[in-house]
Design a protein around this ligand. Structure first.
Ligand code: SAM
Length: 356
């Protein structure tokens, strides 16, 4: 055992209490003073939708199988030991996993909050077991309220998603709407807010992130971005006029517009908001057990798989801390879109590893 393992052993076995996470967040910080509090788990790469803009959570690593239940148990036990208190399940489409409720139950045992993002297509069938699993809330992606447009954007069927939302609400499952701001749905944002207001549910309006890993050519990526991206500033201008209150919330410095109906509309500018990274406290775990330090960079990743296979909690902690030390704020993909004007332009990063 080296000194780091002795330290982790003492923290894990002698001082372990539910209150210790605040101690962990004081002690374990990256080089920019940010602790690790949240993990975004890509529980599968499989998806039944084909969203035109999808970033796939940056999980493009192939060749290994999905993590199993026993792996999530080891991960959650280890991660608690370095301060993780929150999980978001995503994908791919997380509801395609038959054991999704069991994964949630495991994570709930070791954390304060577990939530899940879904395209909603299977929500009607799964809402009951999700409501029973201890899940804190779900985010349902809804990019259009028009059947044809919805099909064009996602390849999916709108009515099954709307039925899914109804069923989730009927089981008392706290539900939020996620809408990515696209050129194609700019004229529908008000309708989506009205739909959510009628149901009393909050909305996240998400700025399109230029993270299209499936398109390797950086010039094509920028073309794609220009083609798809809706003007977030235009939307915010409208929201400012309609909101009864506006707040700035952490983490990620997000602006929240409280509407007269009482629902909250949060604008998530993960890309153009220069302060979004300052309070970021999360990393991602890919479907097969890699720690991805940030969506905005392809590398480095740190491999957890071996620790999970060996069911070695301390090994999990060491790797999480190793990844934490590699974190850097800012957009680190090898192309950058300038937001000095409202029509972004390209500036290539030198020495890039991607896009060749
Ligand atoms: N299949 C699920 C779904 O559709 O919600 C979960 C996976 S999806 C990658 C997670 C969230 O990321 C969704 O709300 C989706 O709309 C959002 N998203 C995907 N690609 C994006 C992009 N390029 N920019 C901004 N948000 C994106």
């Amino acid at each position: 055992m080296d000194i780091c393992e002795v330290y982790l052993f003492i923290i894990n076995n002698i001082f372990r209490t539910e209150f210790l996470w605040c101690w962990y967040t004081l002690v374990y910080k990256d080089r920019y003073g940010r602790p690790l509090e949240a993990l975004r788990l890509i529980v599968t790469q499989r998806c039944n939708y084909t969203c035109t803009f999808c970033h796939r959570e940056g999980d493009l690593y192939n060749g290994r199988s999905e993590l199993k239940l026993k792996h999530y148990e080891v991960l959650a036990r280890g991660a608690r030991g370095v301060g993780v208190v929150e999980y978001k399940l995503t994908g791919g489409e997380p509801l395609l996993r038959n054991d999704i409720a069991e994964i949630i139950r495991i994570l709930v045992k070791y954390s304060a909050k577990v939530s899940l993002t879904t395209n909603g297509s299977l929500l009607k069938q799964k809402a009951a077991e999700l409501a029973d699993s201890g899940l804190h809330h779900i985010n349902v992606s809804l990019h259009s309220l028009r059947k044809d447009k919805f099909k064009e954007i996602t390849g999916g069927d709108l009515s099954s998603v709307l039925e899914g939302v109804e069923t989730a609400l009927s089981y008392g499952l706290k539900t939020k709407i996620n809408t990515v701001i696209l050129k194609e749905n700019l004229d529908e944002i008000d309708d989506i807010i009205e739909y959510a207001s009628n149901k009393g549910i909050d909305v996240n309006l998400i700025q399109l992130m230029p993270v299209f890993y499936y398109e390797r050519d950086p010039v094509r990526r920028v073309e794609l971005y220009r083609k798809l991206n809706g003007d977030v500033w235009l939307i915010e201008e409208g929201l400012r006029k309609k909101a009864s209150r506006i707040e700035l919330r952490q983490p990620h410095n997000r602006t929240v517009y409280v509407m007269p109906s009482g629902i909250e509309v949060t604008v998530i500018k993960g890309y153009s908001n220069p302060f979004a990274c300052i309070t970021c406290t999360r990393m991602r775990i890919t479907h097969d057990g890699l720690i991805k330090t940030c969506l905005y960079r392809e590398n480095p990743v740190v491999d957890l798989r071996e620790c999970l296979e060996k069911e070695d909690e301390v090994c999990v902690q060491r790797r999480l801390l190793e990844a934490l030390m590699l974190r850097e704020p800012g957009f680190k993909l090898p192309y950058q879109l300038s937001f000095t004007s409202q029509s972004p332009g390209l500036s290539r990063r030198e020495g890039s590893q991607m896009g060749e």
